[in-house]
Design a protein. Structure first.
Length: 766
């Protein structure tokens, strides 16, 4: 795959297959030669983009009495044999970058003196889409605002797909250390160029090649050690000597405001911060602005962009030993969702500040906001703030209020106010927009009802579907049958009158985020597609058989909504989907949000975080190296679990110290001091868990069951109270013992068009 427009040419493996050109002998009998085996190495054959693909051809054995035949390869009938050469790392294999693929289905045929073989390759434009469905509109190009490694800007986009020519910059690290700086030229190296030793022990000049271009309407970059003064041009058959054959896919953070824009910056730079150290070790790094949820809060688009970015990296540098993903906060859930929904894109993930998905924040925020509305505006039953905090599941009212504030990402109405007390990030914000989106394009229920809607649901309208009457995205939020405060009623924290009044008055939302007296009834289609697409993390796709390393990153259950239960929800979903979570590892212990926001690198929290992050990365890579090197019998999962045990990767937590000590013990969700780790790092829950729901928090709409007096023991309702309870829940209450309505596993490589493979839903279909 190549970017749509290029300012230069990247050479493929195009040398002639000289070793294969000997003529057949007089005793040639082609029936003794088998068929070659063709495989697309850069991506799946059904999802090729940009008109090119890296192809591997496994050549059949030739009987000793025959002379080696010639390899002939044809693309749609045209000879492309010259694109292939022998793979220097794998005897008996030819490899080549085949160019000139037409959009649609292509046939690549190879013969090696005997039976020919062919493969069907489906190619799509590099501008997308492939499987993420109709692209969201409007869409604001921002190339002209994107800063390049030398401080200059990309030019303005050349088309409606936000395309620009590809550019390559070279940076180097000086012997004085510090950040990378532009290389003055590519004919010689400055005297102060530092050297670096890679993970594999190769010493090379610390010179980094950074490529920037556009794909899938986003801006992509990849970076890797490469010395242009002495290394050959990068190609799959001549990878840079400094590349350690390992690749990192990087994801950004956030979500709110992540709609309708290309993005003027990466969430995480591929050549600064931690990635600078990874480059020094020889890793390749790739990223796209659409892998930053603050630009695009849509994991389906992120998965597609990841697919295309990895494809292009392979076509440029060669096939990696493995590819891993990293991310914190929004980058954590994007890593998880992409790895799960698109098995094979990532061979392992290491995450922190974890959420399972953007829905987990949005939906628990919507529940929390309903509780805050009741307490602050309709508190007929005289709840105290402490009582409602217990009903919310959180440690403090501030923690609960901060999660309630996050429901703003589901509210499209501009300027709405709410009495939720402001937190460290401010008060309630509805209709959050990137400033690049013109005001005249934005939704307003009165002045512009047909405008673009700024919600986590509408940015993924191609997945959820739309209400044909309104044009609004379908919503999966549903609270029918949810008994808010059930655990607190049974524990005596609230009384019967409070429980009944809360559930009688809790209400719900309409599609514009307005409060309604009736509870919310979600779209079953949206629920089903949320599961199928992986927008609600399933855990049973790619995550079922790769290392998943989760460390805290942030520990602050007092405020700011990065709460520990989200980490446990990921593990529970994996266990639910697979019957175990043996390939999941959790480390706990981190700085508070206050420490992190202070920016003081000498704070105890900063020292703790640095120590934990360093140890986590080292242990994760030890685990990755061990399982990918395992050539013994067994499934991939068996190798992953075996390697985990072999390298001593175990659950645990760290002491609260600038020089933390590791405590090895299983991690559990508890606010009680029932273990060493829970004493140091206790965890709290959510409104739905306190209503009896699962820690996995993946039940979008509960199955209902008749009201049973035994479920409230030791509480006993009298006749009038029972009558009132029956009126509140006329169709029954949640049966949390059953999977949620429309619960399914994730569909591997789900398509929402235009690809027909694994098609789940097509918004454009009649």
């Amino acid at each position: 795959m190549r970017p749509l427009l290029r300012s230069g040419v990247i050479l493929g493996a195009a040398s002639a297959v000289a070793t294969l050109l000997a003529a057949c002998s007089d005793s040639d009998d082609s029936s003794d030669i088998g068929a070659p085996a063709l495989q697309v190495m850069s991506t799946k054959a059904e999802y090729v983009t940009g008109g090119d693909a890296l192809i591997d051809i496994a050549l059949p054995d030739v009987p000793v009495f025959l002379s080696p035949p010639s390899l002939e390869v044809k693309l749609n009938g045209a000879d492309v044999s010259s694109a292939f050469s022998m793979d220097p790392d794998r005897p008996g294999h030819a490899i080549g970058l085949v160019e000139g693929l037409a959009n649609g289905v292509n046939t690549l045929e190879a013969s090696y003196g005997g039976t020919p073989a062919s493969i069907q390759i489906t190619n799509y434009p590099v501008t997308g889409p492939v499987l993420s469905g109709p692209q969201v509109q409007p869409f604001i190009c921002q190339t002209q605002d994107f800063t390049l490694p030398d401080g200059s800007k990309l030019p303005a986009a050349t088309d409606e797909h936000c395309s620009v020519p590809t550019v390559v910059h070279y940076l180097y690290r000086s012997t004085a250390g510090g950040a990378l700086v532009p290389l003055p030229g590519t004919t010689g190296l400055p005297n102060d160029v530092a050297t670096t030793t890679t993970l594999d022990g190769v010493e090379v000049p610390f010179v980094v090649r950074v490529e920037t271009g556009t794909m899938n309407r986003g801006i992509y970059q990849n970076a890797v050690l490469h010395d242009p003064t002495r290394d050959p041009a990068p190609a799959p058959t001549t990878p840079p000597p400094g590349w350690n054959k390992r690749v990192i896919g990087v994801h950004g953070s956030g979500c709110t405001g992540g709609w309708y824009v290309q993005g003027a910056a990466m969430g995480i730079s591929p050549y600064t911060g931690d990635n600078l150290e990874r480059l020094a070790e020889g890793y390749g790094v790739f990223v796209n602005t659409l892998n930053h949820p603050s630009n695009s809060c849509n994991a389906t688009v992120a998965g597609e962009s990841t697919m295309m970015g990895k494809e292009h990296f392979i076509e440029t540098f060669g096939v990696p030993r493995y590819t891993v993903s990293t991310g914190c906060s929004g980058g954590a859930y994007t890593s998880l969702q992409v790895a799960d929904a698109y098995p094979g894109l990532f061979d392992g993930v290491i995450i922190s500040c974890t959420y399972p998905d953007a829905l987990a924040i949005a939906m628990s925020g919507m529940d929390s906001k309903l509780l805050s509305r009741y307490l602050l505006t309709d508190n007929v039953a005289s709840f105290t703030e402490e009582q409602m905090t217990r009903v919310s599941g959180h440690k403090t009212a501030r923690a609960w209020y901060d999660l309630a504030l996050q429901s703003g990402r589901t509210d499209p109405v501009p300027g709405r106010t709410d009495p939720i007390p402001a937190g460290i990030f401010g008060g309630y914000n509805s209709a959050v927009w990137n400033p690049a989106v013109p005001a005249n394009l934005r939704f307003d229920p009165v002045s512009n009802p047909g405008g673009a809607r700024p919600t986590v649901f509408d940015v993924a309208r191609s997945v959820y579907g739309v209400d044909r009457a309104t044009g609004y995205a379908l919503r999966p939020f549903d609270n029918v049958g949810v008994q808010y405060g059930l655990n607190e009623l049974k524990a005596g924290v609230i009384d019967k009158a409070q429980f009944l009044d809360l559930n009688e008055r809790i209400g719900g939302y309409d599609d514009n985020g307005n409060y309604t007296a009736a509870r919310s009834v979600g779209s079953r289609d949206a629920m089903r597609r949320a599961h199928q697409s992986g927008l609600m993390l399933g855990g049973g796709g790619g995550l079922a058989s790769i290392p998943v390393f989760d460390y805290s990153g942030i520990y602050d259950d007092d405020q700011a909504y990065h709460y520990q239960w989200f980490h446990f929800a990921v593990r529970e979903r994996m266990a639910q989907a697979n019957g175990h979570a043996d390939n999941h590892l959790m480390w706990r212990g981190a700085a508070s949000i206050t420490d992190l926001l202070s920016g003081d690198p000498s704070s105890p929290g900063a020292a703790l975080n640095q120590a934990v992050a360093t140890q986590a990365w080292d242990k994760f890579i030890e685990w990755m190296n061990a399982y990918t090197a395992d050539t013994s019998q067994g499934s991939q999962l068996e190798k992953v679990v075996r390697a985990k045990q072999a390298v001593g990767a175990t659950d645990g937590c760290f002491t609260q110290s600038p020089t933390p000590q590791f405590i090895a013990e299983p991690q559990t969700l508890s606010s009680a001091p029932d273990s060493q780790c829970n004493t140091l790092w206790p965890s709290w829950t959510t409104p739905r868990i306190e209503a009896g729901g699962p820690v996995a928090a993946n039940n979008l709409k509960c199955e209902l069951k008749p009201i049973d007096a035994a479920d409230y023991a030791p509480v006993v309702f009298d006749a009038m109270e029972q009558q009132r309870l029956n009126a509140i829940f006329p169709d029954g209450v949640c049966d949390w013992s059953k999977p949620g309505v429309e619960y399914t596993g994730v569909v591997p490589w789900p398509s929402f068009g235009p690809s027909p493979v694994n098609l789940v839903f097509d918004l454009n279909a009649p």
